[in-house]
Design a protein around this ligand. Sequence first.
Ligand code: DGY
Length: 314
Amino acid sequence: MPRVLVTRPIPEAGLALLFPHVTVEMSPGPLQPGEIARRGEGCAGILCQLTDKIGADVLDLPGLRVVATMSVGTDHIDLAAARKRFVTVTNTPGCLTEATAELAFALILATARRLGEAERFLRAGRFKGWDPMLLQGQTIVGKRLGILGAGRIGQEVARMAKGFRMEVVYHSRLAEPEFEKECGARAVSKDELAATSDVVSIHTPLTAETKHLVDAAFLARMKPSAILVNTSRGPVVDEGALVDALRQNRIFAAGLDVFEGEPAVHPGLLELENAILLPHIASATVDTRNRMAVMAAENLLAVLGGRAAPNCVA
Ligand code: DGY
């Protein structure tokens, strides 16, 4: 049976699919840079995570045929190098759309209504009774939502926003006429989106073009009452510029599930009451993670079995 490296434990549902067909070598925990290439020697496939850097050192492994990442994002994999070496790369699109959109929406509501700050206030014993001036946030119903990157997840956030009667504008690489019809969404320039949205929610993949898409100039255009939510990839936002904007209350709040130097978090963010910070948990529901593991295993087995990979990105 072909050997497969699973770079860290994954839900049982995915492993159960692999066991009858391949010999699984599973690392008990995350692998350090360099270790994947060492542990992957002799493997025909690698099932990896978004935290695993897959570069030429790994892709050069003799006999490697497939890298199946248990993520929709592929910015951790050198796709050009994979193509050059005829190593197939697959991802897990679709199955985490709803979970990620739910978390983006949770962050929208939590930042708008200052939930992190309010809970810390109460737990610190500072709640002395109802107060008309206490912890006033922003109303979300009827406000304008700006979607940066109207792919599957961005569109799902917009669908959820319709329940809050939000007006939706978007800025994306491609026009999305179906989405416009379904959600009444309107395509706008990046500058218009920044200047007029009450909530900006980021859903672009990380590429050379989207790195620091939200920079100091973008933040300077945003309304003082506006909220920024990022559930895509940290480097899409210039974190230093965001800290400055939040510190000076130039925007109302930010809700972040991802960070530029993940798992490190900019120390300035940690001090701010108007930032809600989560440890990259957007897809972390039991059923979503099961589906992601199953999909990654199915992709990997398809390639090793000589079938067309269902979710092939390289
Ligand atoms: C992905 O799959 O790329 C997500 O970031 C995981 O939550």
